[in-house]
Design a protein around this ligand. Structure first.
Ligand code: CMC
Length: 387
C-alpha cells in the first residue's frame, strides 16, 4: 500500500477517513441527524426556513426568531443589477454556447459577492449575514435564469411566498399549488445538509485558508455539479428518459430487465443509486419517493408510469446488486412530475444546500486550522535538468 511520505496509508477517495469534527450533522447508517433532529422528523414537522435557521443559527427557532429570519430572507431576495444583466444572457449562454444552469448559478453567486458589503469580513456576524443573503438570492438567480432561457421577462420575487414557493413562482410565473410547495419544501429539507460530502468538504477547505464565504459557496457549487454528487438528480432523470426511449411507451418487465442486464454487462454506473456512506439505503430516498409518487398520482397516469418504471429499476438494482437508491433518484422523478426543467434540478439542490455549506464555513472559521493533507508521490525518480 502506498504511503503519504510518512507511514500513513493512502485511502483512495478518503473513504471512511474522519477528516474533522462537526456539530452540524451526523450521517449514520441508521439515521441522518441535523443538530440533534432526525431527518424524517424534520421532513414531517418542520419547514425549510426552520431547518435553515437550525443549521445556520445552531438551535430550533422560537416563533419570534423564525418570523425575524423569514423577514430577513425575504428582504434579501433581490439581486444586484449587474447580476441581472448577466442573467439576461442565460438563454444565449445555454442555447448557443457551452453553459449549463449550474455554471451560470456559480458565476452569479460569485458576482453577488462583489456587491456584498461584508464580502471580505470573516467575522461570525458578517458570515451569518452573508449566509442569509446568499440563501435568499439563489432562488432569484435560478428563477431569472430560467425566465431568460425561455425568452421570458423576469418574474419578481413574491414576499408572500416561502423559500420553496417563491422558487417555483419565480421559475414559472405561476403560483404553486399548496401540494407542490410542500413537496418542494420537503425536498429542500432533505437536501440541506450531509456532513463532509464532497461539496461541503470543498467549502470547508476553501474556508480553511481564511478565504471568504462567497468563495467557499462558489467552490461548493462547482463540486456539487458533478454527476457523482448533486448532478445525479439530473442524470437519474436522463437515465429514466433513456430507458423509456429504448423500451418504448409501456413498462414491459422483460424489456426493463433486458435494459438493466445490458447496463450491468457494460458495467454502467446507474445514476441515483449507491452512496459512499449508506450501504443499506439512503434515509432521504423513501421520504421523497412517497411524496413524489403521491404528486404523480394526482398529476396523471403518465407520471405514475414514470414512478412504476423507477420502481422496477430500483427492484432489479436491489435484488441483483444490493445497491439502493439515493435521494437523487426519487428527486429526478419528483421534479419531473412537477414540470421542472431537468437542468434546473441541481441548481435547486443549491437553493437548499447553501444553508449547510454556510453553516460549515462558519464552523470552520470559528475553530480554524488550514486543511492541508499530504500526497503519496508516484512520479519519476529525481533527474538532472541539464543531463
Ligand atoms: N451503479 C452501478 N454500480 C454501482 C453504483 C451504481 N450507481 N454505485 C456503486 N456501484 C458498484 C460499483 O461499481 C462497485 O462495484 P465493484 O465493487 O464490483 O467494482 C461497488 O458498487 C462500490 O462502488 P464504489 O463506486 O466504489 O462506491 P463509492 O463509495 O466510491 O461511490 C457513489 C459512491 C455515489 C459515487 C457511487 O455509488 C455512484 O457513482 N453512484 C451514481 C451517482 C450518484 O447517484 N451519486 C449521488 C450520490 S448521493 C447524493 C448526492 O451526493 O447528491
Amino acid at each position: 500500500m502506498a504511503t503519504a511520505g510518512t507511514e500513513a496509508p493512502v485511502v483512495k477517495g478518503l473513504e471512511g477517513v474522519i477528516a474533522g469534527e462537526t456539530a452540524i450533522c451526523n450521517v449514520e447508517q441508521s439515521a441522518l441527524i441535523y443538530r440533534g433532529y432526525e431527518i424524517a422528523d424534520l421532513a414531517a414537522n418542520a419547514t425549510f426556513e426552520e431547518v435553515a435557521f437550525l443549521l445556520l443559527e445552531g438551535h430550533k427557532p422560537s416563533k419570534d426568531e423564525l418570523a425575524r429570519f423569514k423577514k430577513e430572507l425575504i428582504a434579501e431576495r433581490d439581486i444586484p443589477e449587474m447580476v441581472k444583466q448577466n442573467l439576461r444572457h442565460a438563454g444565449e449562454l445555454v442555447n448557443k454556447h457551452a453553459a449549463v444552469p449550474m455554471d451560470i448559478l456559480r458565476t452569479a453567486v460569485s458576482v453577488c459577492g462583489h456587491f456584498d458589503p461584508d464580502c471580505q469580513d470573516n467575522s461570525a456576524e458578517a458570515n451569518l449575514r452573508k449566509a442569509k443573503r446568499i440563501l435568499a438570492k439563489v432562488p432569484t438567480i435560478i428563477g431569472h435564469m430560467q425566465n431568460a432561457i425561455e425568452g421570458k421577462d423576469f418574474v419578481a420575487p413574491d414576499a408572500s411566498l416561502s423559500h420553496a414557493g417563491n422558487l417555483l413562482w419565480m421559475m414559472t410565473g405561476q403560483k404553486p399549488s399548496a401540494e407542490d410547495e410542500k413537496v418542494m419544501d420537503v425536498s429542500l429539507i432533505l437536501y440541506a445538509e450531509h456532513d463532509y460530502n464532497a461539496s461541503t468538504f470543498t467549502a470547508r477547505v476553501i474556508a480553511g485558508t481564511l478565504a471568504d464565504m462567497h468563495g467557499a459557496i462558489v467552490g461548493g457549487i462547482a463540486a456539487l455539479k458533478g454527476p457523482l454528487h448533486g448532478g445525479a438528480n439530473e442524470a437519474a432523470m436522463e437515465m429514466l428518459s433513456d430507458i423509456r426511449r429504448d423500451i418504448g411507451p409501456e413498462n414491459d418487465p422483460k424489456k426493463i430487465a433486458d435494459w438493466m442486464q445490458k447496463a450491468f454487462v457494460e458495467k454502467r454506473k446507474l445514476m441515483g443509486f449507491g452512496h459512499r456512506v449508506y450501504k443499506n439505503g439512503d434515509h432521504r430516498a423513501p421520504i421523497l419517493h412517497g411524496l413524489g409518487r403521491k404528486a404523480a398520482e394526482k398529476r396523471g397516469p403518465e407520471f405514475v408510469k414514470l414512478f412504476e418504471l423507477g420502481e422496477a429499476v430500483q427492484k432489479i438494482m436491489e435484488d441483483e446488486k444490493k445497491i439502493y437508491p439515493n435521494v437523487d433518484f426519487p428527486c429526478g422523478m419528483t421534479y419531473f412530475t412537477m414540470g421542472i426543467p431537468v437542468p434546473q434540478y441541481t441548481p435547486i439542490f443549491v437553493a437548499s444546500r447553501v444553508s449547510g455549506w454556510a453553516a460549515h464555513v462558519m464552523e470552520q472559521h470559528a475553530n480554524n486550522r488550514l486543511i492541508r493533507p499530504r500526497a503519496a508521490y508516484t512520479g519519476p525518480d529525481l533527474m538532472k535538468w541539464n543531463g
